[in-house]
Design a binder for this molecule. Structure first.
Ligand code: HEC
Ligand code: HEC
Length: 199
């Protein structure tokens, strides 16, 4: 082959590659039609929630969030708001939202000094350690032991309390209900204050 022919073949191959790469990118963006503002109006632009009963998503595990978003979509995890919001999401949208929020950084919000809360945190810490919650939720440098389990450190205490009560009523999840079946509301709230205080 002459040098010119080699050049033409090389140009053809590279333009084909460029076409294929762009084609992939175009089809990927076309499939993501739900704007992220549909999420940030409740979960915050930074993934730090704007409401105490709505979870922070910043720094949450991507694999865990993908599984939960699919569970809301399938209605195996029940919440009127999230069931409605996820009803028409594609797998690709779910994966992209989970990726975006998992990459944001969870920050502990400043709180006014409160001796009553400090007492609760102490009680909560003792329970959390005794009940081996640490093993699954904070053993990996403060993060969950595996990425399909949730990080609870720094999560809003009101949200965590709501979830623990839902587990106690056996409405959500497989692992948690048996673990928290005998907890009182005070114990749940103490552990939730402790989890929020963790960095
Ligand atoms: C109207 C407010 C609202 C909007 C908008 C909203 N969420 Fe939520 N989200 C919630 C509430 C409330 C919960 C907790 C519900 C429960 O008790 O299960 C939640 C839970 C979640 C969870 C589970 C977190 C965990 O720790 O288990 C994920 C993930 C999530 N939302 C992602 C999203 C995404 C992605 C969007 C946008 C497509 C979105 N949310 C839009 C209110 C909202
Ligand atoms: C064997 C592992 C394991 C242990 C031990 C465990 N958890 Fe969990 N926890 C999970 C898993 C997995 C989930 C996700 C829900 C599900 O699938 O049950 C979860 C969910 C949670 C949530 C909800 C998080 C969210 O973002 O919605 C909280 C809060 C929580 N656990 C607190 C605790 C506390 C407090 C203890 C100790 C009493 C504890 N967990 C013990 C595995 C564990």
């Amino acid at each position: 082959m002459s040098q010119n022919k080699i050049l033409i073949v090389a140009l053809l191959i590279s333009s084909m590659l460029i076409f294929l790469t762009n084609y992939d990118l175009c089809s990927a963006t076309e499939m993501v039609s739900t704007p992220i503002t549909n999420c940030t109006m409740c979960h915050g632009d930074t993934g730090m929630s704007l409401f105490e009963n709505i979870p922070h998503l910043a720094g949450q595990n991507k694999d865990y969030m993908i599984a939960e978003l699919k569970a809301y979509r399938d209605k195996t995890r029940k919440d009127r708001r999230m069931n409605q919001i996820t009803a028409k999401l594609t797998d690709l949208e779910i994966e992209q939202f989970a990726t975006v929020f998992s990459r944001k950084k969870l920050k502990n919000l400043p709180r006014n000094p409160d001796p009553e809360r400090d007492k609760k945190i102490k009680v909560g810490q003792a329970l959390f350690d005794d009940m081996a919650c640490t093993n699954c939720h904070t053993s990996n440098n403060g993060n969950a032991a595996i990425s399909s389990w949730p990080n609870v450190a720094g999560q809003l205490s009101v949200y965590s309390s709501i979830q623990l009560k839902i587990f106690r009523d056996s409405i959500r999840g497989i692992m948690m209900p048996g673990l928290v079946a005998d907890l009182t509301d005070d114990e749940i709230e103490a552990m939730s204050e402790y989890m929020e205080s963790l960095k």
